[in-house]
Design a protein around this ligand. Structure first.
Ligand code: DC
Length: 223
């Protein structure tokens, strides 16, 4: 049986995860959040005191010890690092910045891309990330580049963290986002950019519901 793959790329905080999750739920697809895997790898580095700016080699030498498992429950995707549920911990700002640093390491990418491709083989999936359209799932039937202005992305992240009771500072979030945009789009391996065959969805002026509808429409075209 041939499964449908939907690839969604875009910068941090554009709403990829929440839009993908909602569209997947409504269409009965499995949602795969690849950013969570880079975040889990960053958390491994943080927990082991590995300095990602100056000692990448140390992380590479521990690559086989980074055990990431994704499980699906009624509440959605849960991510485990070495058997421990880290789904909430990986959303903290320190881990967000670390994830962007981890994501420039080719050996880490190779390991995680293998896991991602394996997961797409056995279900209809919506997979989001930065390199999904061109690299992870180049044969995906639907390809989308989901973006929004940096201000509205920082505002959404701020509101999201505040709603969860996580203390944060808007200007710091915006600066971190700009740092990550630059890091993600200028790195040598799989930099973030819109694939030639991806449809652009700009959510700056869309409500959440409108963004979900737009994505669902694009998927329904191929069903
Ligand atoms: O989508 P996110 O914010 O959870 O992603 C965390 C970091 O991981 C982000 O800085 C970019 C990186 N990433 C990547 O390089 N490739 C992916 N497929 C997914 C995320």
């Amino acid at each position: 049986m041939k499964y449908v793959s939907v690839a969604i790329d875009g910068p941090a905080g554009a709403g990829k995860s929440s839009v993908s999750k909602a569209a997947a739920k409504s269409l009965g697809f499995t949602y795969i959040d690849t950013g969570a895997m880079y975040r889990a790898a960053a958390l491994f580095a943080i927990e082991h005191g590995i300095d990602l700016k100056n000692n990448v080699q140390e992380l590479i030498s521990h690559l086989d010890d980074i055990k990431i498992v994704i499980k699906y429950t009624d509440e959605g995707q849960r991510i485990y690092l070495s058997g421990k549920d880290v789904s909430e911990r990986i959303r903290e700002e320190e881990v967000s910045v670390g994830a962007s640093d981890v994501a420039v390491i080719p050996q880490v990418r190779t390991k995680l891309v293998e896991l991602q491709r394996e997961m797409a083989k056995s279900a209809n999936v919506i997979m989001d990330g930065r390199d999904i359209c061109e690299y992870v799932l180049p044969d995906a039937q639907v390809k989308i580049f989901l973006t929004a202005s940096v201000d509205s992305r920082a505002r959404r992240r701020y509101d999201e963290l505040t709603a969860k009771g996580i203390e944060c500072d808007f200007e710091k979030i915006k600066a971190d986002m700009e740092y990550r945009d630059k890091n993600d789009s200028t790195r040598a391996v799989s930099p973030l950019k819109q694939a030639k065959d991806a449809t652009l969805v700009d959510t700056t002026d869309l409500t959440f519901e409108q963004a979900v509808e737009k994505v669902k429409e694009l998927i329904k075209n191929v069903l």
